[in-house]
Ligand binder design. Structure first.
Ligand SMILES: [Zn+2]
Length: 334
């Protein structure tokens, strides 16, 4: 839908819109969406630091509704079929670094990122204490305490296997990734709709990563993939966000998930039944937060599709797992 479905259809103000998402909604009729329209799956630390992500990476209610409409239409021919969790997803990681070596990500750290994805999508972070020893900082004892009441984690059925790492040393690409983003992805992307391409680079101070959605693939296959700030991979220098769950979160978008705070307290929220609604993104790891007191359940602070710290995140729900499989079958499965 990037640059196509949005053109000319969104010039209205949105009732019930949370926060600051007005600017991108007001496209002139008939004009194509800007490239940023395709980046709505962002994970942002400090939206103020990234003017182009002033919405905090949120989709407007209309954009979310369009994505969901596309999903529902694509699922019609699949009705009656049993949707099986897919096989293993091949992953190609493209490391963009500076010519002096800044931003290099070792093969070991790349593999650790894959390990984190596999643990997260298997449900192995449930309860915090059972997390894989390699995947988290060992001194993180607080984590186990903080997430003792974590909801049950789904095994989503998705597994990830590293197939290749490409390395590009290019100062211009590294320091101005967003400017050259489309070129970089067009030149480097490999595989088909089932292949997960991950790009690592410098993304500036406030932005952790972003992703395209499965629905975007058809119109812009060469742009499909996940972009991660290099220091968010396991062992990186990014405080609070260096256990690899930016990767977990962005791949969630790549498989079709919205943020848990999508649409705030308004129905249909994030289009997932078993994630309680939430007025806005969480930060840190607040306990007992309940920003939609009229609705059942406390905020899903520990869900991977929130903005909480890496140490706080523990799980996807069964509903999210089902929705990811639906997206896979509808848009990615061969
Ligand atoms: Zn996100």
């Amino acid at each position: 839908m990037c640059g196509f479905a949005l053109a000319g259809m969104v010039t209205v103000a949105v009732p019930g819109l949370v926060g600051t998402d007005s600017s991108r909604v007001h496209l002139a009729p008939g004009r194509s969406a800007s490239p940023e329209q395709c980046l709505a799956g962002a994970r942002v630390v400090d939206p103020e630091a990234n003017p182009q992500f002033s919405e905090g990476g949120h989709l407007t209610p209309q954009q979310a509704a369009l994505y969901d409409q596309q999903l529902q239409e694509a699922l019609v021919p699949l009705r009656g079929q049993k949707l099986e969790p897919p096989h293993t997803v091949p992953v190609v990681v493209h490391v963009i670094s500076a010519e002096d070596g800044r931003g290099e990500v070792s093969d070991e750290r790349v593999q650790k990122q894959i390990d984190v994805l596999n643990a997260a999508y298997s449900g192995e972070y449930a309860g915090g204490a059972d997390e894989p020893a390699d995947a988290a900082a060992p001194e993180d004892a607080a984590r186990a305490a903080g997430v003792a009441e974590a909801p049950e984690a789904a095994d989503t059925g998705f597994r990830f296997e590293l197939s290749e790492v490409t390395r590009t040393a290019n100062d211009e690409w590294f320091t101005r990734f967003s400017t050259h983003r489309d070129t970089i992805r067009s030149e480097l992307r490999q595989g088909d709709a089932e292949t997960l391409n991950i790009y690592t680079s410098d993304l500036g101070t406030g932005l952790l990563g972003y992703s395209t959605f499965p629905q975007d693939y058809e119109s812009a296959p060469e742009q499909d993939g996940v972009v991660l700030a290099h220091d968010t991979l396991p062992g990186g220098d990014r405080e609070r966000f260096n256990l690899g769950h930016t990767g977990t979160h962005e791949v969630g978008h790549w498989l079709g998930l919205f943020h848990t705070f999508q649409n705030g307290c308004s129905s249909p929220g994030d289009y997932v039944e078993d994630t309680p609604s939430e007025r806005e993104a969480a930060s840190g790891c607040p306990e007992g937060r309940d920003t939609c007191p009229e609705d059942p359940g406390e905020d899903p602070v520990t869900n991977f599709m929130n903005y909480s710290d890496d140490t706080c995140m523990t799980h996807f729900t069964e509903g999210q797992a089902t929705r990811m499989v639906e997206h896979w079958e509808a848009f990615r499965a061969a």
